[in-house]
Design a binder for this molecule. Structure first.
Ligand code: KIV
Length: 274
């Protein structure tokens, strides 16, 4: 595939909704930095998410709770410089929208103003309704996120599949309808049974984007480092590894160290002689 796909149409929210209507699946991946986002935007990826999984992947935290609004903005600014074609969405971090709709709109405005992102993502349904309404009223598009919502890990206790029981599945369906009614433009469904994913996708007019939500939803999202095989110790069932970059990178570094020790690097051509 050509490296130059500049002329390809910019992905808009309207285009994502059209894709659902046409039965074309939506592809989404995360990015946290300029270098990888640059490669991402040279592909036909539809949506790039600056996920708060940056907390785990970039900062080595055990969960997404510690990452701050300023840190998310820093990551998103770097990604924005590289992403011109895909739709850019930024996660609102834990503590930036829960509990106060005033704080929520302030946080969302900062994200859009300081990073140039196209939209924000928020975890939760009814419990964050007021924040969603206020952000939407400021003209900021929102992607919802239901099912396993990692910012609530202390409430759930584990990262196991959500909504297996009837009452939790019904709450998820009710929340999905609510998010659509409020005006969210899409919803991430994380780690839920495939049949529930199918039911939600079939009954909503906005796109559903799954991560561990089976094949029937309208699109798929993965963490880039997981599908590239960089994050070695994280291997849930829903991750497909397309390459073992952990081994490729490790081998290359080992070779470099050996070359330096053996005075094989730099060679004549790699040195300046005048
Ligand atoms: O933070 C994140 O990376 C996410 C996706 C996995 C959906 O929320």
């Amino acid at each position: 595939m050509s490296d130059n796909i500049k002329n390809t149409r910019k992905i808009t929210i309207q285009r994502l909704i059209e894709m659902k209507g046409d039965g074309e699946k939506i592809s989404m991946l995360t990015a946290y930095d300029y270098s990888l986002a640059f490669i991402l935007d040279k592909t036909k990826i539809d949506v790039v998410l600056v996920g708060d999984s940056a907390s785990n992947v970039m900062a080595g935290n055990v969960n997404t709770l510690p990452i701050t609004l300023n840190q998310m903005i820093w990551h998103a600014k770097s990604v924005r410089k590289a992403v011109q074609r895909a739709l850019l969405c930024v996660d609102m971090p834990f503590g930036s929208y829960q509990g106060s709709s005033k704080k929520a709109v302030y946080s969302a405005i900062r994200i859009i103003k300081e990073t140039g992102a196209d939209s924000v993502k928020i975890e939760g349904g009814k419990e964050v309704q007021k924040s969603i309404e206020r952000i939407l009223s400021a003209g900021i598009p929102i992607m919802g996120h239901l099912g396993l919502t990692p910012q609530s890990i202390n409430k759930f206790g584990t990262y196991t599949v959500r909504a297996k029981e009837e009452n939790e599945a019904q709450k998820l369906i009710d929340d999905a309808f609510l998010l659509e009614k409020l005006g969210c433009f899409s919803i991430v469904l994380e780690k839920i049974p495939a049949e529930l994913g199918r039911k939600v996708a079939k009954n909503l007019s906005i796109p559903t984007i799954g991560i561990g939500a089976g094949p029937y939803v309208d699109g798929q999202v993965l963490v880039l480092q997981d599908m590239l095989g960089i994050s070695k110790d994280f291997a849930p069932r829903f991750v497909r590894r397309y390459v073992d970059l952990y081994s490729v990178i490790k081998k290359s570094i080992e070779q470099y160290v050996q070359d330096v020790k053996n005075i094989d690097f730099p060679n004549k051509k790699e040195s300046y002689w005048q």
